[in-house]
Every structure is written in structure tokens, then in C-alpha cells.
Design a protein around this ligand. Structure first.
Ligand SMILES: [Zn+2]
Length: 475
């Protein structure tokens, strides 16, 4: 992760929409008025296979087909290959003093690159760098490392899903890049040997999938991140022949995933594509393989890691991060403090998300509005605006979210209402009613209105799916 970022976007905190209306769930009509047709989701994301699995799970697997159970089996085999021991081995290798802090363009950086390429060759990924090699050279002896798993779909294979992490760190540390003490090897075990280990683990799992994902998966190990996002910036500008001119459907950046605490994972960039949040939630909750982490969505778009150049390139992009700590950019960011057990669920989530994105029928639509959104926007949206009141049977006030049309945001729950008694909270997002997903808030309202005296509701709460039951009349 890059210290001293360029600073947050100034003075912008709009969601890119005019003022959003509050919708109140209505009185119950006769049940005949609402057909089942409207329960069908019209949204193109999250990735359909994962979403199907998710829905199957929500319906007690009653509708799971053979295809889906096979997919689950294969994914489970791949997921089972992800182990804390493997992560520990890679982090320990990369954070060894022998690599002298892996500064971009240095001999230690080159040695670290050799280690990474050795792993790639063992796994049989194809070169995606310059002239049939794994390297993309640029700048003052800098090298990105690029490898790919070609997609299985004749059409979609042209499109690319990127999973990347920077492998450089700050070398021996100096005033501009370290909080000191200077002159000692900065091993960067968390920043970002952890992310590199995560990408290598994802590669190992992809090989075990049995069936290759439909889109091409490009794994990228960026150089020069600590010197100003040099490697990712270069790649966005200039792409090697193997991947030049091909659409990038989605990019995922792992930066500092080695300090998971209280299962909390910070997710950046989920607003940069329509329904990216739904996609990562589906991956997080996939039956059997889900990481079930506590996802903390951060809406600020900062120039502090390799996700940023991709977002500026109008590519839907997310970054996963387990948070800063006292050893950040100091020699003490070392192997002994890494939570290896905690890397495994982050890698599981990365795998499920990458495969889901690679298999989805449509690629996500970039949201330029995300650039004008921030955590301040988030706070404002999640708070009940003045003048709003709730009524109706369940006592729920939601607002539509253009970034997540199929997951309206709960902004208020009336005191003593069936929804409150049932456990609904402001900040939750409704994703299904009585087992049916919906395309937008109107569909949600129709389902809530049509429901009987008892209503089963699926909500997303900090990345986890929770099932609640409402009883009309508060019984
Ligand atoms: Zn850093």
C-alpha cells in the first residue's frame, strides 16, 4: 500500500443522482394482485452461478441442479487447496531478508520476481508479458509479472478478469517511504508479501477447478507500487501483445491481507461497478465455500494502491485489505505478526469472486458516479433523511441505490413494528422476500405487499446474509 496518497477527492459527496425518494412498504392488497413473475430478478449481476448457488442455499437447496452441485464440488476441491501453511510458506519466502525489502528496480526486487515466476511455471499458467515472457519491463529496471489462464468460452475468453497484488516494498526504508527506523531491511510481510501469497494461492486453486472459467483470468504481480503505483499505471497505459486491446471485465487488487482481525475485511471500490457489492456478498456467502467474513465497505476512492489506475481507466475494480497497523511501512512488518489462518478466508473469497466474475454472462457496468462518492456519501445515504416516516404493515423504510438496484438500503425501521421485532436494522439491505429476489425496490415493495401474515426476508448485513421472519401485527 502506498503511503502519502494524493489525497481524497475534494468537495464531492454526491451519489450522482437527484434526491432519492423514500419508499414505504404499502398495505397488503389481495394476494391475487401480485403475480410470481415480478419476483424474477432482472439484474445482470451478481455472477449468475454464484447467485444460483446462493438462492439454492436460501431455499434449502431444494432447487439445486446437478450442474450446480458439480460446480460446488469442484469449487470445494479448489477451495480446500487453500491452506494457511501454503500462505505461510510464500510469505516467509518473500519476506526473507535475502530479498532486501523488494524495492522496485533493485536486485532484491529481481530476486523476488524470480521466486514468483518459479511458482507460476510450476502451475503452468501462460506467459502474458513481453515477447512470450512473464515479464513486462518498464522504467528503471522495473518489471510487472503477468500470467494467464485462458478462458474456456469461445466468445468470453477474449475478456479479462485480473487478480493482482504488488510484490515490491520499500527496501531499506528512507524518509519518503518509511516511518522508520531507516536503513534496516523492510520485509513487508503484510505489505505486500501477503497479497502476493494470496494470488499464488488463487492460482493453485484455479488449476484444480477442473473446468476453466469462461473469461480469461490474468494474474498480475505489480512492481513499483510503493514508488507511486508505477506498475499498475504502466499496465493500464501500455499492455503486452498477449492482452492488448482486449476488454478488462473486472480487476481485483489484494494489498495487505495478512492482518485479519475479528474477521473484518475492508472492501474498496464496490461502487465502481453496478452490483459489485452483490457479487462479493454472493461470493462471501456461497454455500460450502463462502468465507463468511465481516465486510466493511469503504466508499472513498483514493490513490493509495494498484486499484486506483484501473478505476481511472473506467474499469470496475475492487481492493481487499485487512487494515493498517503500527508496523505499517516499518522494519517490524514481519512474518511473525502475519495472521496466516486469516489469509485463507480472504483467498477463498478472492477465488469465488474471480470465478464468479469470469463466468458471469455479462460484465459489470462501470459507475463513474463512484468517483464522486465517499464515506460521507455513505453515511448520508444510510441515515434516515428528515421528514421520512414509516407506515405499512412491516414498518420498513428503504431507499433505492443506483449502485445496487437489487438490494435496497434500509434507512429506518419503525419502533415496535414487525420488522423491528423480527430483527431488521437500519443499514441492512433487503435481498430476497419469501425466497424471491427482485430487480429493484419496486419489485421488493410488491413482494412485501403481497406477503401473507408471516414473511421471510433475506437481508445482507455487513457482507453476511441473515434470514429474518416478520409477523404481521407483531405477534
Ligand atoms: Zn505499502
Amino acid at each position: 500500500m502506498l503511503d502519502s496518497p494524493g489525497g481524497p477527492p475534494t468537495g464531492m459527496c454526491h451519489v450522482g443522482q437527484r434526491s432519492q425518494s423514500i419508499i414505504l412498504d404499502g398495505e397488503p392488497p389481495s394476494r391475487k394482485e401480485v403475480g410470481h413473475g415480478m419476483a424474477r430478478s432482472t439484474s445482470r449481476f451478481p455472477p449468475r452461478p454464484l447467485r444460483r448457488l446462493l438462492i439454492a442455499w436460501a431455499m434449502s437447496a431444494a432447487t439445486a441442479t446437478e450442474v450446480e452441485s458439480r460446480a460446488t464440488e469442484l469449487l470445494a476441491a479448489a477451495v480446500n487447496s487453500i491452506s494457511p501453511n501454503d500462505a505461510a510458506r510464500h510469505v516467509a519466502a518473500l519476506a526473507d531478508d535475502a530479498f532486501e525489502g523488494r524495492e522496485g528496480g533493485s536486485r532484491g526486487g529481481r530476486a523476488a520476481a524470480a521466486y514468483i515466476i518459479e511458482q507460476i511455471e510450476t502451475l503452468g499458467f501462460e506467459p502474458a508479458g513481453d515477447g512470450g515472457s512473464y515479464l513486462q519491463s518498464f522504467g528503471a529496471g522495473h518489471r510487472n509479472i503477468l500470467a494467464m489462464l485462458p478462458g474456456s468460452d469461445p466468445e468470453l475468453a477474449r475478456e479479462i478478469v485480473i487478480v493482482g497484488a504488488h510484490y515490491d516494498h520499500v527496501g531499506y526504508g528512507k524518509a519518503g517511504n518509511s516511518f522508520g527506523p531507516f536503513g534496516f531491511v523492510h520485509n513487508g510481510a503484510d505489505d505486500n508479501a501477503s497479497g502476493v501469497a494470496g494470488v499464488i494461492e488463487v492460482m493453485e486453486s484455479l488449476v484444480l477447478l477442473g473446468e476453466r472459467p469462461r473469461r480469461t483470468i490474468l494474474v498480475a504481480f505489480w512492481d513499483g507500487e510503493e514508488q507511486g503505483l508505477l506498475g499498475s499505471r504502466h499496465f493500464v497505459r501500455v499492455r503486452p501483445a498477449a492482452v492488448a486491446g482486449r476488454p478488462i471485465a473486472f480487476c481485483l487488487n489484494l494489498d495487505m491481507i495478512g492482518r485479519l482481525r475479528n474477521e473484518r475485511l475492508i472492501v474498496y471500490g464496490a461502487r465502481t461497478g453496478v452490483e459489485l457489492r452483490s457479487a462479493i456478498v454472493a461470493a462471501n456467502n456461497a454455500p460450502g465455500t463462502g468465507a463468511s467474513l465481516d465486510l466493511s465497505f469503504d466508499w472513498d476512492v483514493l490513490e493509495d494502491s494498484d486499484h486506483h489506475p484501473f478505476i481511472m481507466g473506467r474499469i470496475p475494480t475492487m481492493m481487499l485489505h485487512t487494515g493498517l497497523h503500527d508496523q505499517y511501512h516499518r522494519p517490524s512488518d514481519d512474518v511473525n505478526l502475519v495472521n496466516f489462518v486469516g489469509i485463507a478466508p480472504v483467498v477463498r473469497l478472492t477465488l469465488a469472486l474471480a470465478v464468479g466474475m469470469a463466468d458471469a454472462p455479462q460484465r459489470p457496468v462501470f459507475r463513474a458516479a463512484a468517483l464522486a462518492e465517499s464515506n460521507a456519501t455513505k453515511r448520508r445515504l444510510e441515515t434516515r433523511p428528515p421528514g421520512g416516516s414509516s407506515r405499512g404493515r412491516w414498518g420498513i423504510v428503504t431507499r433505492p441505490d443506483p449502485g445496487e438496484p437489487a438490494a435496497p438500503l434500509v434507512v429506518n425501521v419503525a419502533h415496535g413494528s414487525p420488522a423491528q421485532v423480527g430483527g431488521l436494522r437500519a443499514g441492512d439491505r433487503l435481498v430476497a422476500v419469501d425466497g424471491h429476489t427482485f430487480g429493484d425496490q419496486t419489485g421488493m415493495v410488491a413482494l412485501l405487499t403481497a406477503a401473507g401474515d408471516e414473511c421471510r426476508v433475506e437481508v445482507e448485513r455487513r457482507g453476511r446474509l441473515v434470514e429474518l421472519e416478520f409477523r404481521a401485527g407483531g405477534r
